[in-house]
Each structure stands twice: as C-alpha cells, then as structure tokens.
Design a protein around this ligand. Structure first.
Ligand code: NDP
Ligand code: KPL
Length: 304
C-alpha cells in the first residue's frame, strides 16, 4: 500500500514511521520549513512502545511529486484543514482514499463536500504524542491506537486492506464497523478532557483532586452525549461511565494535546473542538452551557 502522510506532526510521523518500520512505501507531504527540518534531522519516534529512526524519509512538498497513492493519512490540526484541500483533491484524483485522524467531527463533512463522500474514510487515534525541537516524536503512555472504518459501504474493501496491511505494524490498529459512533465517542472524550485541562491549565491529576473541577468534565461528557444523539449517534450511558473511568486511570501528569499546546504558547484547536460542538448544538437548538463556558475560558489563549 502506498501511503501519503499529510501533516507530518506528532500523529502523522508516529504512524508514518511505524508503517515504514513495516517496510511500507510512505511519503510525507509537507511544507518547505518542515521539509528542511526533516532533511536535516530525519524522522524519529521516541516511544514507550519502542524507538525507531529513519534518516532519509521520502518527502514531497507538492502532490505533483507523488505519482499515485492508495491512502492519505490526514493529520493536520483542525485550523489547517482548509489549507490541505487542494493537495487532497489532487491526490484523490490520482485514486487515493483519505483517512483523517483529526479530533472533532466538523472536518468530516468539509472533506466529504470537497472530495466526495466515497473518498473519505472515518478515522481517529488514541495516543499521547508531541513533537520535540528536532521535529521528532515523543510518545508516552500505553496508547498508540489507530481506529478506522468505512463511512460508506463502498469503502469496506480499502478498510479491510488497511486492516490486513497494518496487522503487524508497531501500533494497535482496529477496524470498526461503526466508525461514526467511534468518532462521536472520541469527540465526547476529547471535548471534556481538552476543555477542562486547557481551561484550568492543569494536568488531569490536579483536575481529579477537585470534585468541582472534575464535575465540569463530567457535565461536558453528558452534553456531548446529547449532542451526539441529536446527530444520530447514540452513545450508551455505560460508555460515558467508561470515559469517566478512563480519565480516572490516566497518569496524574497526563494532559490533552490542546493543553500541551497552551503550555507551549502554540495555536489552539479550540474553535474546531469546543467551538464546533457549540455550532452543532446551535443548529439543533440544544443548550451546551458547560462547553460554552470552557470555550469562553480557552478563547483568550487561542492565538489565531
Ligand atoms: N498529539 C496527540 O497526542 C493527539 C492529537 N490528535 C489530533 O490529531 C490531529 C493532529 O494533531 P498533532 O499531530 O498533534 O498535530 P501537530 O501540530 O503535531 O502536527 C500537525 C502538522 O500538520 C502540518 N501541516 C499543517 N498544514 C499543512 C499543510 N497545508 N501541508 C502540509 N502539512 C501541514 C504542520 O506542519 P508545519 O510544520 O508546516 O506547520 C504540522 O507538522 C489534531 O486534530 C489533534 O487533535 C488526536 C489524538 C492524539
Ligand atoms: C485523548 C487524547 C488525550 C489522546 O488520544 C487526545 O486525543 C489528545 O490529547 O488530543
């Protein structure tokens, strides 16, 4: 399988390098500055699940440099999605399917409208990863999951191929036959976790110590459950409980990628995540006061 990674950040490099480790044909489609950094430092993942380094990965800065691809893993932040659409169009015209792994949900319809429903597979990831100063990945904790599945029945073939192909990869891959529900479950979880850690500017351990603060996370989970239901994804109560248990199980120093970005003074994905939830709620007349409140608290740090 020929794979293009569009968004050579923490997630894109992690999964791209793991596929290379497997012996696959992977090209990183990047912007000039990142291309220069990769040429100088190569790509490396420093991981609890095993390190791996590649000195001269295949890098392109234009889709015209790529003959064809089977799959494009889209791993940019929500605020950069618009800037990738022309590249994605060029690659889907050459036959590629697109597998976005962004947190959130609004990007799915943007991609579907731009590329056609047939081309956009559902995907998400559970991993704690970030880039260091050299542009190498630092992955922590046990999670390094890539979950994907067809949003259209015609995509079953490519998804089964991806499942087969990734079986021996150095990450956990999972085919889901209800990827829409998985997307909403992840959106529920991350809206609560990123909302509360970024707004409080605290890792999860400190949040859990204060019942009033943890309560906010629980209320966001409930609001997201209602929002998902309004869009046809019924998240059972037991899944909300298990999300709470998962938050309890996290290392006290663990935190969301959005909170890590706030600590580094980087741009935040708040409009895509909490902002998106508020927009979707407004469309259905649903009230989401806790999400609206954390959106307001995080906005001053967004760095648009
Ligand atoms: N990090 C994590 O632990 C997790 C993140 N996620 C989600 O995954 C998504 C990606 O996150 P993450 O990997 O952390 O993000 P990063 O910021 O680490 O990486 C995003 C990359 O996208 C690149 N990019 C942006 N625009 C373009 C473009 N037009 N062409 C080529 N490359 C481009 C950026 O490159 P440049 O250097 O040029 O700016 C950057 O390297 C987000 O939606 C996030 O919420 C989900 C689970 C866990
Ligand atoms: C849920 C979590 C924390 C890990 O996948 C995440 O998605 C993020 O930090 O953005």
């Amino acid at each position: 399988m020929r794979i293009v990674i569009l968004g050579a950040g923490a997630l894109g490099v992690y999964f791209g390098v793991r596929w290379i480790e497997l012996g696959s044909d992977v090209t990183f489609l990047v912007r000039e500055k990142r291309a220069a950094q990769i040429r100088e430092n190569g790509l490396k993942i420093n991981s609890t699940q095993g390190d791996y380094e590649i000195k001269n990965p295949q890098v392109a800065t234009e889709p015209s440099e790529i003959e064809s691809a089977d799959l494009v893993l889209v791993s940019v932040k929500g605020y950069h999605l618009d800037g990738t659409l022309a590249h994605l169009k060029a690659l889907t015209n050459k036959g590629a399917y697109v597998l976005p792994v962004l947190n959130g949900i609004e990007h799915i319809s943007v991609l579907q409208e731009e590329l056609g429903k047939e081309k956009v597979i559902g995907g998400l990831s559970f991993i704690f990863a970030s880039l260091n100063d050299k542009g190498h990945v630092e992955q922590s904790g046990d999670m390094h999951h890539l979950i994907f599945g067809p949003l259209e029945s015609s995509q079953q073939g490519i998804c089964r191929r991806l499942e087969e192909f990734s079986r021996d990869a150095g990450f956990i891959s999972k085919y889901s036959d209800n990827i829409s529900l998985e997307l909403w479950k992840k959106y529920m979880f991350i809206t609560a976790l990123s909302g509360v850690t970024t707004a409080a500017n605290l890792p999860i351990g400190a949040i859990r110590e204060h019942a009033e603060t943890f309560h906010i996370a629980k209320m966001i989970l409930r609001e997201m459950q209602s929002l998902a239901a309004a869009y046809g994804a019924e998240i059972p109560d037991q899944e909300v409980e298990s999300a709470i248990q998962n938050v309890h199980a996290l290392d006290p120093e663990a935190t969301s990628s959005m909170h890590k970005d706030r600590r580094k003074g980087l741009r935040l994905e708040v409009d895509h995540l909490q902002g998106g939830a508020v927009r979707l709620a407004e469309n259905t007349g649903l009230e989401v006061p806790y999400i609206r409140a954390v959106l307001g608290l995080i906005k001053p740090f967004e760095r648009e």
